[in-house]
Ligand binder design. Structure first.
Ligand SMILES: [Zn+2]
Length: 521
């Protein structure tokens, strides 16, 4: 039954091609599930401390360490720092540091801090200053850069502030005690719940925004070589605007992991970039459940993720190892765009409701707008040659016992099909969402898909793009978020698929120039 390979909805035929890069669930930590905790890599161990259980209690002040992400040891039950909800934390000059943060959630007496604490062993904590130069705040960026600590933005009030609570100031310090205001207003807008990362001798500020009272979230990326002069690398990265995410530098790239937005709720995606401008999503077969305010570490040559709010709170610990010679997908930005013509048939029938679509031309324009977005990752575009009604003819009697796609094909009059364009027929009802078994491509206008994180927002462009993928020589690949997976809204292509699809498209264009209809994909 090899024909079924072409049907959407028949799963599990192909394994992911890139098994080397996958998330591994190391286990569930001994600490109570939480989010918004501090995290450090210090003296060959992972550390977490404090965090958030709920908004109507004091935040926890416990401190835990692990050498392998599996076995965790309670180091301290009640550390002296009280503002452990969304504090800033870092390992600096061979000490663990925690500063700022929020205390008491939404309870009376809540406050933000500008205390700075550090420790050389996790047991003994020194208050470096009770009041740093910067205003009390939480959820700022904190990095080490050129031998100094750098504090970037944040908010002075978690639940009860306003836009004025948000900061875009930049402070630096060599010792955590004396702080120097580098600029009161950096180039990026005031924000909290963003991330800051150092890569290639530049500081990066990514995304973030504000939670209450006026929610807003960003997906811009800024960089600076001195903390004062900032360059906007992109106003809008391909990852969706978000806050409460995590970021890291690993394998010479910036990483953005998970997070939250009011529109989309939790994110379960992973993105990377060498420069903050060009971003790619990392495809893996396994991934942690979407979450926000988790910890991310780079430890033992791996990327680690722990805890976070995954509905419910989590104490999972995950790791991802990318081979040292791991290379991201090649960029298609420089490839010449291949444009293929498409003829769209709106199938009509008075007697066969299944063969009568109710889609109209504006629907097709919208669908193909999105199809072209999907296929832009391969440098392939589709140009609509025509959109028109095509009346279905009854299937000849000998077709009655044939498979559905044969039967449906026999109801589409051959003389209406294009000699040179790719034919796509929309109908009302077939068993799968669509199929490609040689042309014409058939898609039902009632298609339904399982939604996946970061997937397309409606089924028809995805189904159409998927079937076009088959027409361009692609097989199923049952990964998480990719275009050739059966029955989901994912739409990414890997390098091998892009190469195959482009080769098929190029071949088609060459033959088409010769006026050879057999050149149709
Ligand atoms: Zn398929």
């Amino acid at each position: 039954m090899k024909l079924f390979f072409f049907l959407l909805g028949f799963a599990m035929l192909c394994r992911a091609q890139d098994q080397a890069t996958d998330w591994v669930l190391e286990g569930r930590a001994a600490w109570q599930a939480r989010d918004s905790q501090a995290e450090w890599v210090f003296r060959d161990q992972l550390w977490i401390g404090g965090g958030w259980f709920q908004s109507y209690e004091e935040p926890p002040r416990d401190l835990w360490a692990s050498g392998d992400g599996r076995e965790w040891k309670l180091i301290e039950k009640n550390a002296p720092w009280q503002h452990s909800d969304l504090p800033m934390n870092i390992t600096f000059k061979d000490r663990m540091w925690i500063m700022g943060g929020w205390h008491k959630g939404r309870l009376p007496g809540h406050s933000a801090s500008n205390q700075v604490w550090s420790s050389g062993d996790g047991l003994k904590w020194d208050q470096v200053t009770a009041a740093a130069g910067w205003s009390p705040r939480l959820a700022a960026g904190l990095v080490e850069f050129h031998g100094r600590l750098w504090m970037l933005g944040g908010t002075e009030n978690y639940y009860f502030g306003d836009e004025k609570s948000l900061k875009n100031d930049v402070w630096s310090s060599a010792d955590g005690r004396e702080w120097k205001l580098e600029t009161a207003n950096a180039g990026w807008s005031p924000r909290a719940y963003h991330q800051a990362v150092v890569l290639n001798d530049r500081m990066y500020v990514l995304g973030g925004g504000n939670y209450v009272p006026a929610y807003h979230a960003k997906n811009d990326v800024w960089s600076s070589g001195d903390g004062v002069n900032w360059t906007r690398e992109t106003a809008s990265a391909p990852w969706e605007p978000r806050m409460w995410f995590s970021a890291a530098a690993y394998r010479g790239r910036l990483w953005v992991l998970g997070g939250w937005s009011k529109e989309k709720d939790n994110f379960g995606d992973v993105w990377h970039s060498a420069d903050g401008k060009d971003w790619q999503r990392l495809e893996t077969t396994t991934c942690w459940k979407a979450r926000h305010e988790h910890s991310v570490f780079v430890f033992k040559d791996k990327l680690w993720l722990a805890g976070g709010h995954a509905r419910p709170l989590s104490n999972e610990v995950w790791s991802l190892h990318l081979p040292v010679d791991w290379k991201p997908k090649t960029s298609t930005a420089s490839l010449p765009v291949l444009t293929l013509p498409v003829r769209v048939h709106l199938m009509q029938s008075e007697t066969m409701p299944a063969m009568h679509t109710t889609l109209a031309e504006p629907d097709i324009r919208r669908i193909f707008g999105k199809v072209n977005k999907v296929w832009s990752q391969a440098g392939i575009q589709f140009e609509i040659e025509s959109i028109g009604p095509t009346t279905a003819v009854p299937a000849p009697p000998e077709m009655r016992l044939k498979p559905e796609f044969d039967r449906v094909h026999s109801m589409i009059p051959k003389q209406r099909l294009s000699a040179v364009a790719i034919d796509v027929c929309y109908v009302k009802e077939v068993k799968p969402n669509g199929f490609y078994y040689g042309e014409p491509i058939v898609v039902k206008d009632t298609a339904k898909l399982q939604e996946v994180d970061g997937g397309l927002d409606e089924p028809l462009p995805r189904v159409t793009s998927h079937e076009i993928g088959h027409a361009l020589g692609l097989k199923h690949r049952q990964d998480k978020i990719n275009l050739m997976q059966s029955g989901t809204t994912g739409f990414s292509l890997n390098d091998a698929e892009i190469a195959t699809a482009r080769a098929t498209a190029e071949e088609y264009l060459v033959r088409r120039k010769k006026g050879d209809a057999a050149g149709k994909p």
